[in-house]
Design a protein around this ligand. Structure first.
Ligand code: C5P
Length: 228
């Protein structure tokens, strides 16, 4: 049996008070929170500081994708916040990924490479002229991430089993697009249940709307943790 994955709540809200509301309500039922593009753009590093002071960990999900020099400099700034996880796009290429890995090697921040977003569907790869299937492409990007020294990847739970098998037990796998049975998939084209993510060997499950939009977010979080 695989180790239980840890739940990360995606704080996809538009201001500090709402983020504080959810953290106050749900910590310590969940003690890992994701600060993404919307929240970080809206309120900057003060939300990171707030979560860390509370005693919880932060996943800073800014999905950097730029030329190597810009990526490395942005990474150096981000690791100053002492976040536990930080994301960059694997499609930024091996030069950027290797330099980022070198630049972050002395920090405790684990760097994750985003493979293919869970909103991407197989047709899109075809349109781009990519011959590999979606799961082959994700595995290809994950191998590249590992070769370049990254700590892990973000991928859909469907692709996690293959990655775990080929890249070993120490490579981190973070999966969003998790939906309890009977929930809408929203904008994800590849979703999985919590149970499927655990079977696939995922380390961290990222979940947002099923908790944020629940009538009772704490109960929803509790129920999800019970499924693990
Ligand atoms: O609300 P929901 O559970 O769909 O939230 C999913 C979260 O996972 C969002 O914050 C989104 O930015 C993130 N995500 C990701 N990588 C993907 C797909 C979604 O980090 N491939």
């Amino acid at each position: 049996m695989n180790q239980k994955p840890e739940l990360i709540l995606a704080l996809d809200v538009d201001n500090f008070s709402k983020a504080k509301y959810f953290v106050d309500k749900i910590y310590p039922e969940i003690n890992f929170f994701k600060v993404g593009l919307q929240l970080f753009t809206a309120c900057g590093p003060k939300v990171i500081e707030f979560i860390q002071k509370k005693g919880a960990q932060v996943f800073l999900d800014l999905k950097f994708n730029d030329i190597p020099n810009t990526m490395v400099n942005a990474t150096k700034e981000a690791i100053k916040y002492k976040v536990s996880l930080l994301t960059v796009h694997t499609l930024s290429g091996p030069t950027a990924l290797k330099e980022i890995s070198r630049a972050s090697s002395k920090s405790k921040t684990k760097i994750l490479g985003v493979t293919l977003l869970t909103s991407i569907c197989p047709h899109f790869l075809k349109d781009l002229g990519i011959k590999r299937t979606l799961s082959q492409e994700v595995l290809y990007l994950a191998r590249m991430a590992k070769r370049c020294g990254l700590d892990g990847v973000v991928c859909a739970a469907q692709e996690a089993q293959d990655i775990r098998r080929h890249l070993g037990k120490n490579f981190l796998i973070v999966s969003p697009g998790i939906r309890p049975k009977g929930f809408f998939s929203d904008d994800h084209s590849r979703t999985a249940t919590i149970e499927a993510a655990q079977t696939a060997g995922v380390n961290y499950i990222v979940i947002g709307r099923p908790i944020l939009k629940a009538k009772n977010p704490l109960m929803a979080a509790r129920k999800m943790r019970k499924n693990l």
